[in-house]
Design a protein around this ligand. Structure first.
Ligand code: 5AD
Ligand code: SF4
Length: 453
């Protein structure tokens, strides 16, 4: 009998990719492959890739390049590129890196076991980038993947065509999964020990579009909220133009839904928002945040921003700074604009110098750090329910404070419903449980405390 081949997947990019990798590993395991935890032990190395920015792609090519020598030593080694960059670059990947065996696009991952078998039998390049209409990777809920936190895909693709974004081209148009299928997946997960699900989609607010059964995100949340054993529900990503009153009301009334919205604003300038095809103004955005906070006081709102979009002058950038100051986000992810071939914005001149992009990036990050530290400091003395995720192995000695170091240590790490990361000292065997923690210290990224019960 042939030796069982071991598969290793390295993932780049968003949570959707993480989930795809996890499901792909489940699928190959079910079909007779082993899973390698170290790249050195793998017979099949797969990169699940991201093409949102050029930098993400370069990283993948450099990892692939580093495997050239190993492939010469081990000609039987199978190297594959999966996901967004595979879809976008197709056979160009083989041109640039001939030692790659497989290129598998975003809508062919459910065929991975068959493709791997073919690759074992023939040495030719295999290109699988068809746009199969219906696609979902089956999940095998069993002893292997029953963590207490799981991602669940509820829709795929995006129809928004923000002018800078490659996603609609590589992930295709929006397709929602049936509400009953999602429900039964979450039910099974909860039955196997899952306590928290994060519902995933490029634009979860348009969940239900095209299903013709009246489903929408609010109704999906309501249905899943009835699963007894499930404690917490999160969802990402929301588009500011599509957040409805019904959704906010459902969040308020459903105690299982986390008090957290990731609501990418991208810019504070109406001129830039229009050029990005975001379909809202900065006033709409601010009103939406104010409304969400009125309905759910204390809700954490995080955002993504792109700096250096074509034509972004100092006044436009200042409007973004103003938005950060006004909204006081929980957290911000800031990206330097990266032109993506094929998008509408790539036809505009990338006219903002790299140095200016860098400076603007740094200004926003520093401002957000300051805001996060101020907001987190206000929480010292409060108690939070914390879902304990793992042991904390790091100790942290903050430079910017004269407080004693021991108050910044703890043996566990968990999260509040507001998405704060909490490091705390607590009793044994609480991983996967919810405990009450009193906060006694804070940095911009983390709260620190002690278990109460
Ligand atoms: N350049 C820079 N950032 C981008 N994003 C999407 N496309 C680009 C691009 N071409 C950012 C957006 C999005 C996040 C996932 O990535 O802010 O919300
Ligand atoms: Fe890209 Fe815009 Fe769709 Fe988000 S909403 S995936 S930024 S096109």
């Amino acid at each position: 009998m042939q030796k069982q081949k071991n598969v290793f997947i390295q993932t780049f990019g968003c949570q959707m990719n993480k989930l795809d990798s996890e499901l792909s590993l489940g699928l190959v395991r079910e079909t007779g492959y082993g899973i390698a935890t170290e790249i050195g032990d793998a017979d099949i190395i797969l990169y699940n890739t991201c093409s949102v920015r050029a930098h993400a792609e370069e990283k993948v090519y450099s990892h692939i390049g580093a495997l050239k020598a190993r492939k010469l030593r081990e000609p039987g080694l199978i190297i594959g590129v999966l996901g967004c960059m595979a879809q976008k670059d197709g056979k160009q990947v083989f041109k640039r890196s001939p030692h790659v065996n497989l290129v598998i696009g975003t809508r062919m991952l459910h065929k991975l076991p068959d493709i791997l078998r073919s690759a074992e039998e023939c040495e030719e390049h295999i290109l699988a980038v068809d746009k199969d209409q219906f696609f979902s990777i089956p999940r095998f809920v069993n002893g292997h993947d029953n963590g207490f936190q799981n991602y669940v895909s509820i829709m795929r693709g995006c129809d928004n065509y923000c002018t800078y974004c490659i996603v609609p081209y590589v992930r295709g148009s929006e397709v929602s999964r049936k509400i009953d299928d999602i429900y039964s997946e979450v039910y099974q997960l909860a039955d196997h020990g899952c306590r928290e699900v994060t519902l995933l989609g490029q634009n979860v607010n348009s969940y239900g579009k095209g299903l013709d059964d009246g489903s929408n995100l609010a109704r999906l949340l309501q249905k899943i909220g009835k699963i007894d054993k499930l404690e917490r529900i999160r969802f990402v990503t929301s588009h500011p133009k599509d957040v409805t009153k019904e959704l906010l009301e459902e969040m308020k009334n459903n105690p299982k839904i986390c008090r957290y919205l990731h609501l990418p604003a991208q810019s504070g300038s109406d001129k830039i928002l229009q050029k990005m095809n975001r379909k809202y103004t900065s006033k709409h955005y601010k009103d939406l945040v104010a409304n969400a906070r009125k309905i759910m006081p204390g809700i954490s709102i995080s955002s993504d921003f792109i700096v250096g979009f074509p034509g972004e002058n100092d006044a436009d950038f200042n409007e973004t700074v103003e938005l950060l100051n006004d909204v006081r986000f929980f957290n911000c992810f800031v990206f330097k604009y990266s032109p993506r071939k094929g998008t509408v914005a790539s036809r505009l001149k990338d006219d903002i110098e790299e140095k200016i992009k860098k400076d603007r990036n740094q200004i926003l990050l520093n401002l957000q750090k300051k805001i996060s530290l101020e907001e987190n400091t206000k929480l010292i003395g409060s108690n939070f329910d914390v879902l304990v995720e793992r042991l904390n192995t790091k100790t942290f000695a903050p430079k910017s404070t004269d407080k004693p170091e021991e108050s910044f240590q703890g043996n566990f790490m968990g999260r509040t419903k507001y998405n704060h990361i909490v490091i705390f000292s607590g009793e044994d065997s609480i991983i996967g449980k919810t405990v009450s923690v009193k906060i006694d210290n804070a940095t911009e990224f983390t709260l620190y405390g002690k278990q109460l019960n």
